[in-house]
Design a protein around this ligand. Sequence first.
Ligand code: FPP
Length: 248
Amino acid sequence: MKTKEENARVPRHVAIIMDGNGRWARQRGRSRLKGHEAGAESVRAVVKACKGEGVEYLTLYAFSVENWVRPKSEIDGLMRLLMRFLKNYEKELHQREIRLRIQGQLEDFPVNVQKEVRRVVDATREYGAGQLILALSYGGRRELAHAARTIAREAAAGSLDPETVDEAAVAARLYLPDVPDPDLLIRTSGEMRVSNFLLWQISYAELYVTPVLWPDFREKEFKKALREYAKRERRFGDIAPKHRHSAE
Ligand code: FPP
């Protein structure tokens, strides 16, 4: 049983840039798809660990809007993998009462993939205690452009006064406005980039970059990231509490 203090240090929302599948495969002389397959096992492991550790929201960068330029064979393989993952994994989502949601432009995907994704999203809609959010054909700038377009339309239609457009108005028009901002952003494979991921939402997120490649990022590595997060002091622009006394 965790103390109240420890629970407060568990991030409510973790977002992950899953990187390094290709390198993991190359190191083993295997195809890139084998790397993605091993990466899908890490997805399972981390979703399970979230439930165990009390993380409510997990957002995974599964396919960026930039990924469409990859070779067709790799894209086709990723689509097949996503279909297989949903088929095999649906039972576990029900067992753990996890709601699957999508962030991004699912319309870009082949119709059969869209159908399967929507089916599982619908089947798990009632679960509230844990959410797995897959970013699919997602781009942070695109999401912000979408919010701006929505605001412009409402203003043009006369239902929104431009003078009232503030941060909350933008946040309310993102793809998933009810989801709290990530507290922790993890990137695997050591790259120091945010790669157009959740640009608005990560403003105050703690960053954790690990050299571990995504297929090797399982429960142990995830718990390590949570421990590191628990040690961080989040200030949201304020000064450190320990200096507050001398500053006043
Ligand atoms: C990045 O590694 C990974 C991706 C672009 C795809 C992510 C997909 C998975 C983790 C597997 C399937 C996911 C689900 C939800 C079933 P990379 O290919 O860019 O690696 P590299 O930089 O080493 O080449």
